[in-house]
Design a protein around this ligand. Sequence first.
Ligand code: CA
Length: 219
Amino acid sequence: MRLLLVEDDTSLAAGLSLALRNKGFAVNHVARGDHALLAVQTDPPDLIILDLGLPDMDGLDVLRQLRNTNRTIPVLILTARDTTSEKIAGLDLGADDYLAKPFDIDELDARLRAMSRRLGSATGSILTAGDLSLNLATRELTKGDQPVDLSRREYALLRALMENRGKVLTREALEGKLYAWGEEVASNALEVHIHHLRRKLSADVIKTVRGIGYSLRLP
Ligand code: CA
């Protein structure tokens, strides 16, 4: 799940980014409203966390402009201003949820999961292929009726392959799903994750297309 964090408080942003990466999100952080709008235009995330008190523009204006062009990306607003009128204004402008600072990271994670679940239930949040069933809301995989533990990279990889069943995904496309913006990628990292997935699922689940990439072999 790719998440755009819009927050100008650098220490809060650093702590949040780390905590959210540990929860399995690929986090892109910007500190200004105009940078947020640009990021959404050039590379839309799956979810946005938006602080309302930004240095260059009001977070509510960011939200207003965002909703003029993109109605669907779920937005959770963060506010230090604990006033009801601001929350209502945010929700009226199309925010999906809000959290008042200070907040607990587990609560934030729960809210984000609920938001992605709502998004998922609108689009079908369970992917199936062969005897695999991948729940996008809880990130749980079952093979037959057995649960299979996946690392967050393995999850992202399998999800991409399942979402694109019948197609060959290039290395570049898969690496784009695995890593956040600007993150350093070791040259054999993708092969290592593919190897682990094959070991957990079975060797013939993922097909190597030489010189191009990978595809899911399951019906
Ligand atoms: Ca702020």
